[in-house]
Ligand binder design. Structure first.
Ligand code: ATP
Length: 959
C-alpha cells in the first residue's frame, strides 16, 4: 500500500470511528427503547461545550473535565430523558409519532439551550481529543466498545432482558423484567456514546449549537443502513464510508465532474443517508407508526380578530422592529405548508426547509438572470416562477411517502432536507453572496410588509381550500386512518403527492418572501435544523390549525428578536418534549380515540352452542383439516326473499335512535320504507341442503332468485338498491389464492365466490387465514398466486381504493373511523369517494344506521357500537355492490347485534353481495346463506350454516 493510500486510510478510519460511535449509540438506544434518538447530535454538542467550559473557561485539568462530561453529564442526560420524557410517554401508551416529536423536541431544546448559554457563534478552541490521536487507537476503542456491547447483549442476563424488552415490552414486563431499568441503561449508554462523539469531533469542526448536531445526525445513515439493529453492520458501514470519503480526495477529474466529486467526497455520509433512507424499504422493527398529526385544536372565539389586529400592528412600527416583523408573514407561509402536509395530510415532513430554501434560491437566481435557460425576471414574476418550479420537487419527499410511514418517512424527508442543504445550498453559486431585491414599488419595509400580507392572505385561502370540502375531508381521513381511507375509496398515493406538492409550493412561496425580506439568499436560514424547529413548532401549536401557524411564526421571530437567540427554540423544544402530557391536549384526544378503536371480539354473548362450536373451530386448527371436510356437505340455496327491514338501533347512551324514525322525518306517510318490519322467517326460505364438494366453495353461482321488489328498497336506498336497469351486481370470485408472510403460507389455494343478494360467511379458528383472505379481496394484500375477478374483470392487481370505487367496500376488524371528523363527515367521505358520488346516499346511510342524532358529534367521542355503525354507514354511502365485513359484531352488545343482523339482511335483500368474517357463530347461523370454514389457510368445508355447524358439532362430541 502506498504511503498516501495508507495515510488516507488512517484518516478515513479516524472519521469512520467517530461515525461508528454514533451508530453504536443510536442502535443501542433504539434497541433498548424503540426510540430513534434524533437528539443524539444535540447531546454530542452539549457535551463538547461542557468539556470546553470545564477546561477552557474554568481551567480544570482535561481528565477532570472529561470525567465530568463523559461519565457524569452524558449518562445523566440520557437518564433524565428516559425518566422524564420517554418513560411517561411509554406509560401513557403513546402513539410512536409522539415519541418522534418528543425526540425532535429534545434536539430543538438542547440546541436552543446551548445557543442561550454559550451564544450562537462558532468556537474553535474546543480541547484536543481525549483518546489517542492515533487512528488505530480510536478504531480499537470503537471495536472494543462494539464487541463489548455485542457480548453483553448476547451472553448476559441483562442482554437477554434487553432482547425480551425489544421483542415485546409488555410481555417482558409481565415476565418480571424491569423494562424501565433496561431503557435507562440504554439511554445512559447511548448518551455516553453521543458525548464521546461530540468531544472527539469538536476540535476538528466548528463548535456551534447548530453545526455539530447536524454533522452528527448526518451519520444516522450508518444506523439506517444497519436497519437500526445490527452493530457489526453499523460499524462496518461507518468505517467503509469514512475510508471511501477519505480516498475520494485523491481523485481530481477535469471539468464539471470536479465540483461534483468534491461535493460527494465531502458529504459521503449524506449520500449514504439519502441512499439508505430512500432505497431501503423499511427501517427498524417498529417502523409502522400510525399518525403524526394532532387533532384539530378548536379556535377560541375572537382569535382571528386578535390575529388580524396583531398582524396589522407592525404597519405602525418603524426601524428595526418593522424590519424584523417582515419575517413573520413569510415564515407563516412556510409554516402553512406544514399545516397542509403534516396537520391535514398526517405526513411527517422534516425537509420543509429545503423547499423554502429552494424557493428563495430560485427566486434570487431568476431575478438575477442566473437561472439556467430562463431570462431575467422581475422579482414578483421570479417568485411566481420559483413556486411553480419548486412545486413538482415536492415529489422528492412525496414519492417516498407513498410507501413509507412514521420513522421511515421522517428519515427520508430529513435525508432530502440534508441532501438539498449540502448539495444545493452549500455550493459556491449559492454561498457567494447572492442578493435578492424586493419587487418594484415594495422596496421599503412597510410597503413590503403590505405585499407580504396580501401573499399571506393568498396562502391562507389556498390552505383553507385544501383543508375544506371533499379534498380536506379526504386528507383528514388519510391522516386519521390510512387503510380506512383507502378502503373508503380515497386515492391515498395521489393524495399524498398532492399534499407534498402543495406543501412544497407554499414553502417555496414563504422561502422566496423570506429571501426578499432579508434582501439576500442566506443558506443558513434554510438549514435542516430549521426544518426540525419548524416541524416541532407546528406540532406544538396545533398542526391542523392555520391560526397555529401564524402564532408559531410570530413566536419564533418575536422571541428571538426580542431576547438572546435560542429562546424560541428552547421554548418550542420544551413544549414539544412535554407534548402528549397536556391533559386533554390534542394528542390526548387522539390517544383516547386510538384506544377506543382497539376492540377485541367479545364472546360474552355467544350461546352455549355457539361457544362450543367456536371451541371446536379453535381445536380444528390443530387437525389436518380433511377430517371435517369429508363429512361436511355444502349446498346452494336461492337467495333470500328477505322480509326483514332495518329497524331500531340502540343509540349512544342508551337512547334508541331508530332508522325508521330518522326516515320518518323526511319521508311521506305511507312510504314503504316506513313500514314496520315483518318478523324474520328465514327457515322457510331455505331449501334442504344438497351435497357438494367443499372445494367448489359454495357450489357455484346461485340460482337467479329475485332480489327485493323494485318499488321497495329495504335499506331506504342506502345500500344502493340495484335496480333491474343496473342488473344484478357482479359476483366477486377468488380462485386458487395463495398468500405468504415472509415465507409463511397464510392462504393455501382458496376458492371463494361472493354472490349478489346473498350473505356469505367465513368462519375458522384464530390464524386460519380469514383476515388474510379478506385483505386479498379488499386489495390491501396482493396474493402471491391466484386471481380475483369482479364480474368479468380481473381485479387482482388493483389497489384498495380502486376496488372501492368499483363497488367493493369493506369494514375493518379493528375500527377504522376517522376520529377527528364528525359522524356526518365520516359518512360523507364514503359518499364522495365510493362507487357513486351521491350525497343523498350519505344521508340515507345515516338514517338507516340510526346516526342522525349524533351526526355532528366527533367520532372520537362515541362508543364502540355507534362507531361500528358509522363505519358501516360510511361503507354504504358509496353504494357498494359488494360489502366485505370483518367481524362486524365485535364489541357490540346483544341489541346492537340484532339490529346489525336486520340491516345486513335488508342489504342482501336489496341485492348487495355480503361477505362476513365473524367469530359470533350465533350471528353467522342467523345471518348467512352459506358458510365457509377455514383452517390453516384452506377452505375445509362449505355449506348452509345449519349443516356446516351441525356437522362440525356431530363430528366432535362432546361439544
Ligand atoms: N403481517 C403478518 N406477518 C406475519 N404473519 C402474519 C401476518 N398477518 C397474519 N399472519 C399470520 O398468518 C396467519 C393467518 O392470519 P390471519 O390474521 O389471516 O388469521 P385469522 O383467521 O384472520 O385470525 P383471527 O381470527 O385471529 O383474526 C396466522 O398464522 C398469522 O399469525
Amino acid at each position: 500500500m502506498s504511503s498516501l493510500t495508507y495515510d488516507l486510510t488512517l484518516a478515513g478510519l479516524s472519521v469512520g470511528s467517530a461515525a461508528a460511535l454514533t451508530g453504536i449509540g443510536l442502535v443501542v438506544t433504539y434497541r433498548a427503547t424503540g426510540v430513534l434518538n434524533f437528539a443524539h447530535g444535540a447531546i454530542a454538542m452539549v457535551c463538547a461545550y461542557m468539556l470546553r467550559q470545564c477546561v477552557v473557561e474554568w481551567g480544570w485539568p482535561l481528565w477532570a473535565g472529561a470525567a465530568l462530561t463523559l461519565l457524569v453529564l452524558a449518562p445523566a442526560i440520557g437518564m433524565v430523558l428516559e425518566r422524564f420524557v420517554f418513560r411517561p410517554l411509554s406509560v401513557l401508551g403513546s402513539d410512536p409519532a409522539q415519541t418522534l416529536v418528543a425526540s425532535i423536541g429534545v434536539f430543538v431544546l438542547l440546541v436552543g439551550g446551548a445557543a442561550l448559554l454559550w451564544g450562537q457563534g462558532a468556537r474553535d478552541d474546543a480541547p484536543e481529543v481525549l483518546m489517542s490521536a492515533d487512528p488505530w487507537g480510536q478504531l480499537a476503542v470503537v471495536l472494543v466498545l462494539a464487541a463489548a456491547v455485542g457480548a453483553v447483549v448476547r451472553w448476559t442476563r441483562f442482554g437477554r432482558e434487553l432482547r425480551a424488552v425489544v421483542d415485546d415490552r409488555q410481555l417482558a414486563v409481565l415476565g418480571g423484567i424491569d423494562a424501565d431499568r433496561v431503557a435507562t441503561a440504554g439511554w445512559a449508554f447511548g448518551s455516553f456514546t453521543a458525548g464521546l462523539t461530540g468531544v472527539l469531533l469538536a476540535p476538528y469542526v466548528r463548535l456551534d449549537p447548530y453545526g455539530l448536531p447536524l454533522l452528527v445526525m448526518e451519520v444516522v445513515a450508518v444506523a439506517v443502513a444497519a436497519r437500526i439493529r445490527s452493530l457489526p453492520v453499523a460499524v462496518l458501514v461507518a468505517l467503509g464510508i469514512g475510508v471511501a470519503q477519505s480516498q475520494l480526495t485523491r481523485l481530481h477529474p477535469s471539468g464539471w465532474r470536479e465540483p461534483l466529486l468534491q461535493a460527494v467526497g465531502a458529504n459521503l455520509f449524506v449520500v449514504a443517508l439519502l441512499v439508505a433512507a430512500l432505497t431501503l424499504p423499511r427501517v427498524g422493527t417498529r417502523d409502522a407508526l400510525p399518525r403524526t398529526a394532532t387533532a384539530r385544536v378548536p379556535t377560541p372565539q375572537g382569535a382571528w380578530i386578535v390575529a388580524v389586529v396583531l398582524f396589522l400592528l407592525p404597519l405602525g412600527f418603524a426601524g428595526s422592529d418593522l424590519h424584523t416583523s417582515v419575517q413573520v408573514p413569510a415564515l407563516a407561509v412556510v409554516l402553512l405548508s406544514l399545516v397542509v402536509v403534516t396537520g391535514r395530510g398526517g405526513q411527517i415532513s422534516l425537509g420543509q426547509a429545503a423547499y423554502a430554501g429552494l424557493g428563495a434560491l430560485f427566486t434570487a437566481l431568476l431575478a438575477a438572470g442566473r437561472f439556467p435557460g430562463l431570462p431575467r425576471l422581475p422579482e414578483l414574476a421570479a417568485l411566481a416562477v420559483a413556486v411553480l418550479l419548486v412545486a413538482p420537487l415536492g415529489l422528492l419527499t412525496g414519492w417516498p411517502a407513498i410507501t413509507r410511514r412514521g420513522l421511515a418517512l421522517a428519515l427520508a424527508t430529513f435525508a432530502v432536507g440534508v441532501g438539498v442543504s449540502r448539495f444545493v445550498f452549500a455550493q459556491p453559486y449559492a454561498t457567494a453572496g447572492l442578493s435578492l431585491g424586493r419587487p418594484a414599488g415594495f422596496e421599503g419595509d412597510r410597503a413590503y410588509y403590505v405585499l407580504e400580507l396580501a401573499l399571506l392572505a393568498t396562502a391562507l385561502l389556498a390552505t383553507w381550500s385544501l383543508r375544506r370540502g371533499r379534498t380536506g375531508r379526504a386528507l383528514a381521513a388519510m391522516r386519521d386512518h390510512e387503510a380506512g381511507a383507502a378502503a373508503t375509496g380515497v386515492p391515498v398515493p395521489s393524495l399524498k403527492l398532492l399534499a407534498f406538492v402543495s406543501g412544497a409550493a407554499l414553502a417555496a412561496l414563504g422561502g422566496g418572501m423570506l429571501g426578499m425580506g432579508l434582501r439576500a439568499f442566506d443558506p443558513a436560514a434554510f438549514d435542516p435544523v430549521r426544518g426540525l424547529l419548524w416541524f416541532a413548532a407546528i406540532m406544538v401549536l396545533g398542526a391542523d390549525s392555520t391560526l397555529g401557524a401564524l402564532a408559531a411564526a410570530a413566536l419564533l421571530v418575536g422571541l428571538d428578536a426580542g431576547t438572546r437567540g435560542g429562546v424560541a427554540a428552547a421554548l418550542i423544544g420544551l413544549l414539544a418534549v412535554l407534548i402528549g402530557r397536556f391533559p386533554g391536549g390534542p394528542y390526548e384526544a387522539l390517544r383516547t380515540a386510538a384506544t377506543r378503536l382497539r376492540v377485541r371480539p367479545s364472546s360474552a354473548r355467544l350461546s352455549d352452542r355457539g361457544r362450543a362450536v367456536r371451541g371446536l373451530l379453535r381445536e380444528q386448527r390443530k387437525l389436518p383439516g380433511t377430517a371435517a371436510q369429508n363429512d361436511l356437505t355444502a349446498a346452494s340455496e336461492p337467495p333470500r326473499a328477505g322480509s326483514e327491514r332495518a329497524s331500531e338501533w340502540p343509540g349512544p347512551n342508551g337512547v334508541r335512535a331508530s332508522a325508521r324514525r330518522g326516515a320518518d322525518s323526511t319521508r311521506a306517510p305511507g312510504d314503504p320504507a316506513t313500514k314496520p318490519a315483518p318478523p324474520p322467517d328465514r327457515a322457510a326460505a331455505k331449501p334442504p341442503p344438497a351435497v357438494s364438494r367443499p372445494a367448489a366453495a359454495d357450489g357455484g353461482s346461485p340460482p337467479p332468485g329475485p332480489p327485493a321488489p323494485d318499488h321497495e328498497s329495504r335499506t331506504g336506498g342506502a345500500g344502493g338498491k340495484h335496480r333491474p336497469a343496473e342488473g344484478r351486481g357482479p359476483t366477486l370470485r377468488a380462485r386458487a389464492l395463495h398468500a405468504t408472510y415472509a415465507g409463511f403460507k397464510a392462504l393455501n389455494g382458496v376458492d371463494l365466490d361472493v354472490h349478489p343478494a346473498r350473505i356469505t360467511a367465513v368462519v375458522g379458528p384464530n390464524g386460519a387465514g380469514k383476515s388474510t383472505l379478506f385483505h386479498c379481496l379488499a386489495g390491501t394484500l396482493r396474493p402471491a398466486q391466484g386471481h380475483i375477478h369482479y364480474g368479468d374483470r380481473d381485479i387482482t392487481p388493483l389497489p384498495a381504493h380502486t376496488r372501492t370505487r368499483l363497488g367493493i367496500a369493506r369494514t375493518f376488524q379493528q375500527l377504522s373511523v376517522f376520529p377527528t371528523l364528525t359522524v356526518a363527515e365520516n359518512v360523507h367521505v364514503g359518499a364522495e369517494q365510493g362507487r357513486t358520488r351521491n350525497p343523498e346516499a350519505a344521508e340515507q346511510a345515516l338514517r338507516l344506521l340510526g346516526l342522525d342524532a349524533v351526526r355532528t358529534a366527533p367520532a372520537a367521542d362515541l362508543p364502540t357500537g355507534t362507531l361500528r355503525r358509522v363505519e358501516l354507514a360510511r361503507a354504504l354511502a358509496g353504494q357498494p355492490r359488494v360489502l366485505l365485513l370483518d367481524e362486524p359484531a365485535a364489541g357490540l352488545d346483544t341489541a346492537e347485534v340484532a339490529a346489525l343482523s336486520r340491516v345486513l339482511k335488508a342489504l342482501a335483500a336489496d341485492g348487495t353481495a355480503l361477505l362476513v368474517v365473524e367469530h359470533d357463530l350465533d350471528l353467522v347461523a342467523d345471518l348467512a346463506d352459506v358458510v365457509h370454514v377455514m383452517s390453516a389457510g384452506r377452505v375445509i368445508a362449505s355449506g348452509p350454516p345449519a349443516h356446516v355447524l351441525d356437522a362440525l358439532g356431530a363430528q366432535e362430541t362432546p361439544v
